[in-house]
Design a protein around this ligand. Structure first.
Ligand code: NAP
Length: 264
């Protein structure tokens, strides 16, 4: 252990965009930060900016189970058990659905859904008895099912459902690990540029409809501090978020019931 007295945060997908900005804000807020992603050269540059004594730059493909375990163990050995674990690494598959190949489906399920669930599971045991926070970066795609994003929508909806369920479960039993589900709408990063270029969305990129990593990350850190269950950003996406909830609420109360009650 380095003997760092700082609380320890682990951020996946920290080589660019939202994850990089989050690592910068966490470091400025006094955390020792473990930053993970595949592009090690980006992480090394980030660690040099943040101060190498308080930053562990770990090359990690989150799909690789053995490497993931080794990196998490080394992170704990350096900075102690984490107070905060952020599942931020994510990938996009945007195309006509029949043109998305099986290898890409496997990859997106692993990166956006399977790996975050396993990292969350690891975090819950690493925080056992001490408490802490898990942040799951999902997407507005979890409740707005845009065409051509089928597997992205599905994996983000799956992660959001798991994240919200654990959050509710922990609130119900007074569990000391707090879970924050983050629903970004479009935010200016390499990923949103990829989507914008593919769909020629430039004309829709109006202030209010597209956000910045800096503001999103400030809101995530505020939610961690204030123990809020979720962040929806930009705020305009609260409208479809609330609408989806309303439809589910109505369906649960007013939806028709089959004549013969199903067995439970
Ligand atoms: N920007 C948006 O509009 C938006 C909207 C909703 C949700 N989100 C979500 O926000 C998160 C961050 O995305 P971003 O917008 O900041 O995009 P980004 O700049 O492209 O960042 C994606 C990050 O994920 C990492 N990553 C991808 N595959 C990985 C893998 N197999 N193993 C480890 N790391 C991996 C990338 O690092 P390497 O390539 O170096 O591995 C990179 O650091 C994602 O989960 C994304 O789905 C973004």
């Amino acid at each position: 252990m380095t003997g760092s007295s700082r609380p320890h945060a682990i951020v996946t997908g920290a080589s660019s965009g939202i994850g990089e900005e989050l690592a910068r804000q966490l470091s400025a807020a006094g955390y020792a930060v473990t930053v993970c992603a595949r592009r090690k050269e980006h992480l090394d540059k980030l660690a040099a900016d943040l101060g190498e004594e308080h930053t562990f730059a770990a090359a990690l493909d989150v799909r690789d189970d053995a490497r993931r375990s080794a990196v998490l163990d080394e992170a704990v050995a350096r900075f102690g058990p984490p107070s905060l674990v952020v599942n931020n690494a994510g990938m996009l598959a945007l195309d006509h659905t029949e043109d998305i190949d099986a290898a890409t489906i496997d990859a997106i399920c692993d990166v956006n859904f399977r790996a975050p669930l396993l990292i969350q599971r690891w975090a819950l045991s690493a925080m056992a008895g001490r408490g802490g926070t898990v942040v799951n970066v999902t997407s507005a795609a979890a409740f707005m099912w845009a065409p051509f994003y089928a597997y992205y929508n599905a994996t983000k909806a799956g992660l959001a459902a798991a994240s919200e369920s654990v959050s509710a479960e922990h609130r119900r039993v007074g569990h000391p690990v707090h879970v924050v589900t983050v629903y970004p709408g479009p935010v200016q990063t390499a990923m949103s540029k990829q989507a914008s270029d593919a769909l020629n969305l430039g004309r829709f990129e109006l202030p209010g409809l597209i956000g910045t990593p800096a503001t999103l990350c400030r809101r995530i850190l505020a939610a961690v501090r204030r123990k809020k269950p979720r962040v929806v950003y930009p705020r305009v996406y609260l409208v479809p978020y609330a609408w989806a909830r309303t439809i589910n609420w109505l369906a649960a109360r007013l939806g028709p019931i089959p004549e013969k009650r199903p067995r439970v």
